[in-house]
Design a protein around this ligand. Structure first.
Ligand code: NAD
Length: 389
């Protein structure tokens, strides 16, 4: 065995532990700049409560921006610019509270505010711009996830989109892992069922893809097994009853584990295609992953039968099937899960047309696709996407 393992330095997890936000944040500084990822957090009082918890711990705070879409290059550049006018130096830190979009915006801005070789994040993104590297340590950051999906609170990248030209690329550095994760599953109770379903399937896709990735690692694989065992029964529960404590706790924990797993092991075809579906067809990230997951499992079945069988037996220790039967049962279980929570089985239901397929194939070749356990040629991917219409 030979591996490296990156983990977030501090994880504080638990129902209602949002109440500890001020006490925990005090170790990061004396002035919090807040980036939020949902208008709901403004209307349901969570942001006001955060400010008051910080104030009680002697921390002043300023709400800088709420973003309700997946972050774009212009968002990062504008918010970094605003932050530059608000930062006073020592004692300043950032809080990103929201889904993957809000946390990624906070992560990107925390890095961009201390790395000023270029004024635009574009020049630091993988595969586009000037290819600049982040050299200076980002501003300290606390991440408070409010969807249970991306695991962005535990990863070393932020995903940034552009629609003209169309790309979705990562800003990445080990220094970008948030300093403190405060994960209170109760915060996700206000997430509507449709968003619960698709963000939850993102976590399940990450747990499965990192497990079978060609860069798979033993510690993340153990985390993935625990995450899958919790998430597969919990997701329909959380979709059916947003206040289900067991459902929300299991999904928040599974999403966090999926972030740790992907940050160490990489992903695969579903996450390779999802950014292209996001930029060319405006399909939300989790939904794109969910629709692509069954085809991804099928495309990799020839080289992953044993891993699928191991996962299926972990999920159901009483399973008395051959390896081939157990592997098939895992794929069937994922298809049934998608159907039970209202995820469409085809891309045409999401408005994708065959004319878009060449661009989707061309733009699916990012870091995630390189983790796929077998090489998927352009011709094969074209066929897979055609079959999904
Ligand atoms: P999101 O952050 O875009 O949120 C989805 C919706 O849920 C938004 O409308 C938001 O306003 C709403 N919402 C969030 N919290 C809520 C709450 N508590 N109550 C009610 N509504 C709430 O969705 P997401 O799937 O969490 O994040 C997607 C983004 O994360 C994409 O850009 C994706 O590429 C990125 N991502 C990043 C990583 C990473 O490691 N950095 C990993 C996977 C995905």
């Amino acid at each position: 065995m030979h591996y490296d393992f990156f983990a977030p330095p501090q994880i504080h997890f638990g129902w209602d532990r949002f109440q500890e936000a001020g006490i925990l944040a005090a170790s990061l500084g004396s002035r919090a700049l807040i980036i939020s990822g949902s208008r709901s957090l403004e209307t349901n009082g969570v942001l006001d409560e955060l400010k008051s918890l910080l104030s009680r711990a002697g921390i002043s705070s300023e709400h800088i921006r709420t973003i309700s879409h997946e972050p774009e290059v212009t968002d990062v550049d504008q918010v970094t610019n605003i932050l530059q006018h608000h930062t006073q130096g020592t004692g300043d830190f950032l809080i990103g509270i929201g889904g993957g979009s809000g946390i990624d915006l906070a992560k990107a801005c925390a890095a961009m505010i201390t790395n000023r070789e270029s004024e635009t994040v574009l020049d630091y993104l993988e595969g586009v711009g000037q290819g600049l590297q982040l050299k200076a340590k980002p501003l300290p950051l606390m991440a408070i996830p409010t969807t249970a999906g991306t695991g962005s609170e535990a990863t070393k990248n932020a995903v940034i989109s552009s629609y003209a030209p169309a790309f979705k690329k990562s800003l990445r550095s080990p220094e970008m892992i948030p300093d403190i994760i405060l994960c209170d599953p109760k915060l996700a109770c206000s997430v509507p069922p449709e968003i619960t379903a698709r963000t939850g399937m993102d976590a399940i896709t990450q747990l499965l893809e990192s497990y079978i990735s060609c860069r798979a690692q033993p510690i993340p694989q153990a985390l993935s097994l625990q995450g899958l065992k919790l998430a597969i029964p919990a997701l329909p529960q959380a979709v059916a009853d947003g206040n289900s404590r067991t459902g929300r706790e299991s999904m928040a924990h599974a999403a966090l584990l999926s972030g740790i797993a992907l940050a160490n092991s990489g992903l695969g075809m579903a996450h390779g295609v999802a950014p292209a579906l996001g930029t060319h067809c405006r399909i939300p990230h989790g939904l794109a992953c969910a629709v692509m997951l069954p085809s991804t499992l099928k495309a990799n079945r020839s080289v992953c039968e044993m891993q699928y069988a191991d996962i299926a037996r972990h999920l159901d220790p009483g399973l008395s099937l051959s390896d081939a039967g157990a592997a098939d049962s895992l794929i069937e279980q994922i298809e049934a899960l998608n159907a039970s929570i209202g995820i469409p089985a085809t891309l045409s239901e999401l408005g994708v047309t065959s004319e878009q397929i060449p661009a989707l194939v061309a733009d699916s070749r990012g870091n995630s696709m390189r983790g796929n356990p077998r090489e998927i040629s352009d011709d094969e991917l074209t066929g897979i996407l055609q079959d999904l219409l």
